[in-house]
Design a protein around this ligand. Structure first.
Ligand code: BYC
Length: 320
């Protein structure tokens, strides 16, 4: 029976085969039959992830021309280029689900698909580059390492490469903050100010609390997500608190303390109204980020046209 021929009689068998693959913890591959809901969930999540990678280049690129040394500039350039590469792997993974890159860009530009809330905050000082690396990439690693075991093969394989690079990103952010924190009093203050501003938005990156998350239960059942939003948020807090002590910086939460009974750090309430405002388009930089993205896309039209003309002439395939 063809994988793309789900006649009434065949549909039950296809569904059973899909569910058996998930239950056996094996991978679904592009040519396998899959329920439409599974396909749509993956397109939504992978596209949002890809959009986040390329929009995430903007706040960091803001400091490339003003990095404090040649070495810092070279490191930051490499990091921002890595984010473009992550976007590329992820758009390619989404394309295996039958959607084109041009369609996904259109959905981003028309605000029908989201990107991570975190990239709607401004990078005000050099220390923000450190805070993004330490906290934002730290949150990304916590979220993304389990995605290496996602049930959809192309997404899982893309995540393996991405996570290796994210580890370097977090390390460079930690290093920036360590140097600043142990530098002059003004540098220490700048590092602390950046951490104060990025801490709560980093916790929001994991998404709404489990009891307000419409997608988590189904995504867990399908093996797309391996942990809930709240479980990952807790892992992140437990990882970061000891690192903050090494940095000599404090986290802006008076309720943060070790709870020996739970074996985890307790933390204070998150302002979810801020999260919903930001993902609804009302964050400090939403307009700027999208405008810049659309301008860059429009200005790059001639490159896509030239690549397509070259491919047509030489018989090669190009992405739109
Ligand atoms: N921001 O039911 P839920 C990076 C949306 S890249 C915006 O929990 P789900 C990096 C969610 O889409 C960081 N929207 O959904 C890059 C849904 O709305 P829709 C990106 C958010 O999908 C460059 C609604 O809220 N990482 O780290 O089960 C430089 C309900 O949520 C957010 C990924 O994308 C948010 N923070 O879980 C440095 C990782 N949270 O779609 C760093 C892959 C939730 O129904 N994605 N929403 O309109 C995931 O793991 C999951 O999609 C999420 C959300 C945990 C983010």
């Amino acid at each position: 029976m063809a994988a793309d021929d789900p006649t009434a009689a065949g549909l039950d068998e296809l569904t059973a085969r899909f569910e058996a693959t998930i239950a056996a913890n094996e991978r679904i591959e592009p040519r396998d039959w899959m329920p439409d809901g599974y396909r749509q969930t993956l397109i939504r999540q992978i596209a949002q992830h890809a959009h986040s990678e390329i929009i995430g280049m903007q706040p960091e690129a803001n400091w490339i021309t003003r990095a404090p040394s040649l070495l810092r500039k070279a490191i930051l350039l490499a990091k921002v280029q890595d984010e473009a590469g992550h976007g590329l792997y992820l758009y390619a993974a989404a394309e295996t689900l039958g959607v084109s890159r041009a369609e996904l860009f259109e959905l981003l530009h028309s605000r029908k698909q989201k990107y991570s809330s975190i990239f709607n905050y401004p990078t005000l000082t050099w220390a923000d580059v450190g805070a993004i690396g330490w906290l934002v990439d730290g949150a990304a690693i916590t979220n993304q390492v389990p995605l290496c075991r996602c049930s959809y093969g192309p997404y899982a394989r893309a995540m393996i490469r991405i996570c290796k690079e994210e580890s370097f990103h977090q390390r460079q952010g930690f290093d920036i903050l360590y140097r600043l924190s142990h530098g002059t009093p003004a540098q220490h203050e700048m590092a602390q100010d950046a951490v104060n501003r990025w801490w709560w938005p980093s916790l929001m990156m994991f998404g709404p609390p489990d009891d307000q998350s419409p997608h988590t239960a189904q995504s867990m059942a399908w093996g797309i997500k391996r942990f809930t939003n709240d479980e990952l948020r807790q892992k992140f807090v437990d990882m970061i608190v000891p690192q903050a002590a090494v940095l000599g910086l404090t986290l802006p939460d008076p309720q943060l303390r070790w709870n020996p009974e739970r074996g985890h750090y307790d933390f204070g309430p998150i302002d979810w109204s801020e999260f919903y405002r930001v993902i609804g388009g009302g964050g400090p930089c939403n307009e700027q980020r999208l405008r810049h993205r659309i301008e860059a896309y429009t200005a790059g039209a001639w490159v896509r046209e030239a690549a397509a003309a070259y491919a047509a002439k030489h018989g090669q395939r190009t992405a739109a």
